[in-house]
Design a protein around this ligand. Structure first.
Ligand code: B12
Length: 218
């Protein structure tokens, strides 16, 4: 097997130790960190994302895959920063006010990081004012929100309205997701994009930022 095949397999198996070992070995051998990020770690996300969407991998497995990608990416981060490589884009994410569900948000964050985005995670039960303050910093291209409860949906709407009202919506795209949403509800709430799962959240984020997406997922 080619070395990247072994890395892809380790990530797919959710074997973070093995993934780290392979990444460390490749770096020692002098593999270019950018090549390793794109062809090694990010490429491994394609099969994981597809298998998740197709129901061949399940949530606990995907969490392990995402963790393995994250640990590998963490090793590359300082080297990429040194090489002056810009992240694909910056995303600020949080679960909206009144809502404490964070498993889905965490997976989306990990997948985004694995796909080369810089992600600031605000946690759970995030006030609209906090989203507004973060969006106003001009550091982020995407504000991402998660909502799982019928009762937290109005907070998602209020947060988007607050972004509009406070004039910080220009220059940022709003991406939303979570079990209580669908594309129609997301549009009605005023979001720029919606994704039903973490794999498609990465695709949608790229689409919103005008970056090339991998093969579309149905
Ligand atoms: C685990 C869980 C909890 C845990 C949460 C632990 C945690 N750390 O997250 C605990 C026990 C705390 C909890 C509490 C409650 N829960 Co609860 N919970 C669940 C449960 C079983 C699983 C949710 C989950 O994590 N799913 C797995 C993740 C991976 O899926 P996901 O969140 O949908 O995320 C995916 C996508 O939606 C998407 N996504 C998610 N976020 C984002 C964000 C963006 C930007 C994008 C693009 C995509 C995206 O990508 C993710 C990955 O693929 C669901 C039932 C269910 N089967 O969904 C109920 C459920 C969500 N809970 C429910 C309820 C009612 C509650 C409580 C009110 C119960 C109570 N009476 O106290 C409280 C509310 C607490 C609060 N204030 O938030 C209801 C909500 C019903 C509704 N429509 O309002 C559900 C549906 C159960 C039910 N059938 O009644 N809960």
């Amino acid at each position: 097997m080619e070395t990247f095949d072994l890395l892809h397999q380790a990530v797919h198996d959710g074997d973070d130790r093995k993934a780290v070992e392979i990444v460390e070995g490749l770096l020692k051998k002098g593999t270019d960190p950018v090549h390793l990020l794109n062809q090694g770690l990010i490429a491994s996300l394609e099969k994981v994302g597809k298998d998740f969407s197709d129901g061949l991998l399940f949530l606990p497995e995907v969490m392990l895959c995402a963790h393995a990608i994250n640990r590998g990416t963490q090793l590359l981060e300082p080297l990429l920063a040194e090489a002056g490589v810009q992240p694909r884009g910056s995303v600020v994410i949080g679960t909206v006010k009144s809502d404490q569900h964070d498993i889905g948000k965490n997976i989306v964050s990990m997948m985004l990081r694995g796909a080369g985005f810089r992600v600031k995670d605000l946690g759970i039960d995030v006030d609209p004012e906090v989203f507004v303050a973060e969006a106003g910093k001009g550091e982020f291209q995407v504000v991402a929100m998660s909502a799982l409860l019928t009762t937290s949906l109005p907070w998602l709407e209020q947060t988007i309205q607050a972004l509009d009202k406070e004039g910080v919506r220009d220059g940022v795209k709003v991406l939303v997701g979570g079990a209580v949403l669908d594309a129609d509800k997301a549009q009605a709430a005023g979001a720029d994009g919606y994704a039903p799962d973490a794999a498609r959240a990465v695709d949608k984020c790229k689409e919103l930022l005008g970056l090339a997406t991998d093969s579309p997922r149905e």
